[in-house]
Write a protein that binds this ligand. Structure first.
Ligand code: OGA
Ligand code: NI
Length: 356
């Protein structure tokens, strides 16, 4: 069974793009972070994170270099929770095409984009941050949110017809990511000395799993130290693939209670584990808390694709990773996405609800 997305409380009257175009020097009150959990003044000048780069083609090699790469994968995911994937089998031209079509979509006249607009109670489609709770501080971003899988949840009315290649290019990208997702789940299991399929078994069949694409557009922001592109969160997925903007930085990851900037590596794909893989790995692999900062002079476009086990799948720590030194840290959960949004709305870190 597919995951159920949360229900919105209201629809905002203006997209962030419209707010940004007004040329204000201030941001509306609902976007302002006044300290507390996000640290008050938001700093874009955090230190750079040394995100390990992993050559995917080496991960299946029995050579010493292959063994080394697996170790690197395990160490990357247990320290910062993410890595830059290289040799992923997609050409630079193809990745640029994806970026270009996302830019073209957000550059369409507002009227045209609103044809794909999300509705008052639905987060799917084009629109700005979904208002899920009364006290929510809004993200300085507009999005196009599309369910790609399972097939029967796909609602083509939200899929842009313009640029004309949009659907075809996106489908091709997702097909490639499906292969990578399986490949990475297997490699991650091997990197922990487990049988190759043990994470993939919990993830389930592609027919029941959900794949969600989120095109993020971050307009320039007049007060980058007051608003966030996306507030701190970890992903509800098993695995997330992020195609970053080719030039503009913005993503930050929390590591040892400090924010670090994630560098732009133009033709790598940033892969991070989400909460569900942290649970399966009994906490050995870390679902990183991350946020997006804004800037006042350049727009930023990214594409996040989330791979999420079907809601009927039981997700829990793999037996072999539970022992005396490392007792079971998480319960077995089902439909984690619902648990995620219930807690998110209450302002809690969702994975804590799964902790023993
Ligand atoms: C997300 C996300 C980061 C970015 O969409 O969940 O964290 O840089 N995006 O856009
Ligand atoms: Ni995220």
């Amino acid at each position: 069974m597919a995951v159920t997305l949360p229900t919105k409380m209201e629809s905002l009257s203006k997209t962030v793009q419209e707010l940004a175009m007004k040329g204000y020097n201030e941001v509306p009150e609902r976007y302002v972070h006044k300290g507390g959990s996000s640290g008050g003044i938001i700093s874009a000048s955090a230190p750079l994170l040394d995100v390990p780069s992993i050559d995917l083609s080496l991960l299946i090699s029995p050579s010493p270099a292959g063994v080394e790469e697996l170790k690197k994968l395990q160490s990357a995911l247990s320290s910062c929770g993410c890595f830059q994937a290289t040799n992923h089998g997609m050409s630079n031209m193809f990745l640029d095409k994806l970026r270009e079509m996302s830019k073209e979509f957000f550059a369409l006249p507002m009227e045209e984009k609103k044809k794909y607009g999300n509705t008052a109670d639905d987060i799917e489609g084009y629109g700005n941050d979904s208002v899920l709770s009364e006290h929510q501080i809004l993200d300085w971003t507009d999005r196009l949110y599309l369910t790609i899988s399972p097939e029967d949840k796909k609602r083509l009315k939200f899929w842009p017809e313009n640029p004309p290649s949009f659907r075809e290019v996106l489908e091709e990208y997702i097909m490639k990511l499906k292969t990578l997702n399986e490949f990475i789940l297997k490699a991650v299991a091997r990197s922990l000395n487990l049988t190759e399929n043990c994470f993939l078994q919990q993830y389930g069949e592609n027919e029941s799993a959900s794949v969600i694409a989120r095109f993020n557009f971050y307009p320039t922001c007049p007060r980058p130290n007051l608003a966030l592109g996306v507030k701190p969160h970890a992903d509800a997925s098993a695995i997330t693939f992020l195609l970053q903007d080719r030039e503009v930085e913005g993503l930050q990851v929390l590591k040892d209670d400090q924010w670090f900037r994630v560098p732009v590596v133009p033709y790598s794909i940033l892969v991070n584990v989400g909460d569900q893989v942290e649970i399966m790995s009994n906490g050995i692999l870390k679902s990183p808390v991350h946020r997006v900062v804004t800037n006042s002079n350049r727009e930023r476009n990214t594409l996040a694709v989330f791979f999420i086990p079907g809601s009927e799948m039981e997700i829990g720590p793999v037996e072999k990773l539970i022992n005396e030194e490392r007792p079971r840290m998480y319960k077995t959960v089902k439909d984690y996405v619902s648990i995620y949004f219930q807690n998110y709305q209450l302002g809690k870190r969702p994975i804590d609800a799964a902790k023993i």
